[in-house]
Design a protein around this ligand. Sequence first.
Ligand code: 3HC
Length: 293
Amino acid sequence: MLNVKTIGVIGAGQMGGGIALVAASNKFNVVLCEKSADQLHKCEADHKKRLGREVEKQRMQQADADAALKRIKYVQAMDLIRDCDFVVEAVVESSQVKRDIFAGLARMMREEVILATNTSSISITEIAAAAEVAHKGAGQRVIGMHFFNPVPVMKLVEVIKGLQTSEATTSGTIELAKLLGKTPVPANDRAGFVSNRVLMPLINEAFYAWMEGVAEPAHIDEIMKLGCNFPMGPLRLADFIGLDTCEHIMNVLADGLNNDRYRACPLLRQLVAAGRLGDKSGRGVFDYTQPAK
Ligand code: 3HC
């Protein structure tokens, strides 16, 4: 039986911020750790705005929104998560950065604490190995807990077992995901897991369709939205995810599955090289710098 009162979240970007908000809204205390003071302030302001919106839409009482915000501690120093009962890491998608963080967590956290990563593409087994080297036995407590953007809206948590992950870690993570109001679904530790193994080649193919002049971007998206009931077309979704992230995941698939059919479309690579990264840079496939018509 899981005994978690306080969740440590590392990284206050879009994903970490969303995870922290969902945890606090579901009555967990949260220690949200982010090394950039600017990002931390931005995240806190976003939480206030989101909770305000929930109250405005009468989905939450003002007192509950205030209480949720109070449950989040915004901190910059990693060692302030030391007493947490569960950790979810959501920093940049860099294997080296994540391995360093998990080595630190393995040394710092109590021995029963589950150490989850929100990675969308990096091998859980590799991250767990770094934890194991730092502290014997820690590898079996490392697991993938892959949330989807926007975290407060999307129901899925893909739960990924590394080679070393124990059954207790898996069942504890599934239990926590349910307590967060999510639907956990298991997957194995192969490149892209299930979600990105299937989603990214679809997005990549939409770039090929554009590059080859099959249709213009807005029409590609309209066809997939109206024809397949997608909430967003694949190119709009690529902008939302970040074109650099899409390219990175395609590289992980191509390398991890050792198959060139997963190589990123040249047009996707070109947009990334030009700094057109999607929503976050103001322009990707589409331009977000102009006021919406
Ligand atoms: N945070 C919290 N809530 C949000 C939000 C955010 N960032 N964005 C939207 N919402 C909520 C709001 O509550 C809003 O309701 P409200 O207006 O009543 O407050 C509700 O979603 C609907 O939003 P909008 O009316 O602004 O817009 P849409 O109806 O078009 O919905 C969407 C937006 C939910 C993002 C929808 O377009 C969608 O589901 N898109 C697909 C998203 C998707 O596929 N995500 C997965 C990406 S892949 C991934 O994350 C994995 C990674 O590894 C790459």
